[in-house]
Design a protein. Structure first.
Ligand SMILES: *[C@@H]1O[C@H](CO)[C@@H](O)[C@H](O)[C@H]1NC(C)=O
Ligand SMILES: *[C@@H]1O[C@H](CO)[C@@H](O)[C@H](O)[C@H]1NC(C)=O
Ligand SMILES: *[C@@H]1O[C@H](CO)[C@@H](O)[C@H](O)[C@H]1NC(C)=O
Ligand SMILES: *[C@@H]1O[C@H](CO)[C@@H](O)[C@H](O)[C@H]1NC(C)=O
Ligand SMILES: *[C@@H]1O[C@H](CO)[C@@H](O)[C@H](O)[C@H]1NC(C)=O
Ligand SMILES: *[C@@H]1O[C@H](CO)[C@@H](O)[C@H](O)[C@H]1NC(C)=O
Ligand SMILES: *[C@@H]1O[C@H](CO)[C@@H](O)[C@H](O)[C@H]1NC(C)=O
Ligand SMILES: *[C@@H]1O[C@H](CO)[C@@H](O)[C@H](O)[C@H]1NC(C)=O
Ligand SMILES: *[C@@H]1O[C@H](CO)[C@@H](O)[C@H](O)[C@H]1NC(C)=O
Ligand SMILES: *[C@@H]1O[C@H](CO)[C@@H](O)[C@H](O)[C@H]1NC(C)=O
Length: 423
């Protein structure tokens, strides 16, 4: 039921002392032939006299039944992969302290437990398709990259103590209900998506991350987050409020899309957005007043929904175009029109529609046109902005929406296309 890893504090010290550099004296019996696959416990036992294994150790095949273990080995200078051992129920390597490459456990259909009781340092971790495992506990101190996907883990508490990683990607783990991480920085990407629809996610120590994408989480907390260097996206989440009040800048695109319960989004300290600001289909978000300190948007401003208020009183510069559409007739386009007239919106296209009126200006055409329709059922669909000349938009969503897993939903394509078209 468990994956256990943990570093006994004393163990590290004695290990360091013992680990007098033995690389040059690794016996040939402790070097793993490249391409070789271990298929039986007897093969693993051959390494039990080794403190250090050199090479990539792959354990695989359906002749490994029940439990398997790698005894005594403290260090692998290479990778450890346990994959496609479909009869394996448990695996342990409790003396292993360090893996210089990756630790992979993939496609282990009945594996219930795995234990790496001493493991403190590994370059990357990939756990993929482990449908029978339910929890991990570990005290890993150093990992560059973590991907946990398609497992039945209910907790990843074992990874909560890590402070710095390059990549943290936890997706499609249906039983996972919460993450409470002590991460301070994520140098590349932080992604949490499609875990149980009630996953509560806390990254309250996180100060900065290169980019962040959250999908289908039920609560999100980033109490200390000051900066996202590249993109930040919240898509399809079920939280009703989102407090990002410590966040001062987003280097790339900020997307807030299809969070259907969201009524309150607080980005009150945010002044700079390097890319686009995309707020769309947050059905209940009627007062968009949490972006009131935003001064600059480095690309398009794209806000689509049924909002009666969009407060952007500090906004001075939008480098891209503007597409603001709401079903509500309470919203007035006046301040955005004013900003556009004074040159604050620098992109080609300007569309502002509310339930009653619509203004479209395409600056690149010889004569800018401004239309007012009496329709009180003005559509807020992103695709309706064809009148702005953006219907020829490329379908590429690069840069417009945060996250590597972009759903094939045509809506997202449409919104992204509009955002791109307005760049
Ligand atoms: C151990 O050996 C490796 C390879 O020979 C070398 O790169 C490393 O610097 C050595 N470490 C120590 C602590 O001597
Ligand atoms: C898994 O192992 C089985 C045989 O045990 C083999 O037929 C199958 O192709 C392997 N699958 C993968 C993805 O390697
Ligand atoms: C994610 O959330 C959306 C909106 O609530 C829902 O329609 C979708 O099925 C969810 N996706 C997954 C994979 O849970
Ligand atoms: C992101 O921002 C942090 C904090 O300012 C900085 O330390 C880090 O080097 C930046 N990372 C990248 C990839 O630009
Ligand atoms: C967000 O959190 C900050 C700091 O805890 C707090 O001062 C602020 O009132 C919160 N915003 C909302 C809308 O709750
Ligand atoms: C807002 O940002 C400033 C620095 O720009 C910082 O001093 C302040 O604590 C931040 N406010 C919140 C609520 O985090
Ligand atoms: C728009 O929001 C108002 C309340 O703010 C609600 O009465 C109305 O039904 C919503 N319209 C649509 C089309 O969702
Ligand atoms: C829209 O404006 C009307 C009239 O001022 C007001 O009664 C109504 O509450 C407003 N609706 C919203 C959703 O703010
Ligand atoms: C977003 O809004 C558009 C236009 O109203 C609609 O066609 C689409 O289904 C919505 N998508 C989601 C995920 O709510
Ligand atoms: C997030 O950052 C990583 C690492 O720099 C990059 O590979 C990835 O494409 C980025 N994702 C987005 C959506 O910007």
């Amino acid at each position: 039921m468990q994956i256990k890893t943990g570093l006994a504090t004393g163990a590290l010290l004695s290990a360091t002392a013992l680990a007098a550099n033995s690389t040059s004296s690794v016996p040939s019996s402790c070097s793993v032939k490249s391409g070789a696959t271990v298929t039986a416990q007897a093969d693993l036992d051959k390494y039990s006299g080794c403190q250090t294994l050199v090479g990539d150790l792959t354990i695989s095949g359906d002749s490994l039944t029940g439990s398997a273990s790698l005894a005594n080995v403290k260090e692998i200078q290479g990778t450890l992969s346990v994959n496609n051992a479909t009869e394996l129920e448990s695996f342990s390597a409790d003396n292993l302290e360090k893996i210089s490459g990756s630790l992979e456990m993939k496609l282990l259909t009945i594996l219930e437990s795995a234990s790496f009781g001493s493991l403190s340092e590994v370059d990357s971790i990939l756990f993929q398709t482990l449908p029978a495992i339910s929890s991990i506990s570990s005290n890993l101190k150093s990992v560059n990259s973590i991907e946990i996907t398609d497992t039945s883990l209910e907790s990843i508490d074992g990874f909560n103590k890590l402070e710095r990683v390059n990549e943290f990607n936890v997706n499609n783990n249906r039983g996972l209900a919460h993450i409470d991480s002590e991460l301070k920085s994520v140098a590349q990407s932080l992604q949490v998506s499609f875990n149980g629809n009630d996953a509560d996610v806390k990254f309250d120590s996180l100060e900065w991350a290169n980019n962040i994408t959250l999908r289908n989480v039920s609560s999100a907390s980033f109490a200390a987050l000051e900066k996202v260097n590249a993109s930040l996206g919240f898509i399809d989440n079920s939280f009703d409020s989102l407090n990002m009040s410590s966040l001062g800048s987003v280097g790339g695109t900020l997307s807030l899309v299809a969070n259907e319960q969201l009524t309150d989004a607080d980005f009150s300290n945010l002044t700079e957005i390097g890319g686009a600001l995309l707020i769309a289909n947050n059905t209940r978000l009627s007062n968009i007043d949490g972006f009131d300190n935003v001064k600059t948007v480095g690309s398009a401003l794209n806000v689509v929904g049924n909002f009666s208020e969009l407060k952007l009183s500090a906004l001075k510069s939008v480098k891209g175009g503007c597409d603001v559409e709401t079903k509500s007739s309470n919203y007035t386009c006046d301040s955005l029109k004013k900003l556009q007239k004074s040159g604050g919106i620098q992109g080609d296209a300007f569309v502002c529609k509310n339930g009653a009126t619509s203004t479209s200006i395409k600056l690149s055409s010889t004569s800018g046109s401004s239309t007012a329709s009496g329709s009180s059922s003005g559509s807020a669909s992103a695709t309706s902005s064809g009148s702005s000349g953006s219907s020829s938009a490329s379908k590429s969503s690069n840069g417009a929406v945060a996250g590597q897993i972009v759903p094939a939903s045509s809506f997202m394509g449409a919104v992204a296309a509009v955002a791109v078209a307005l760049l």
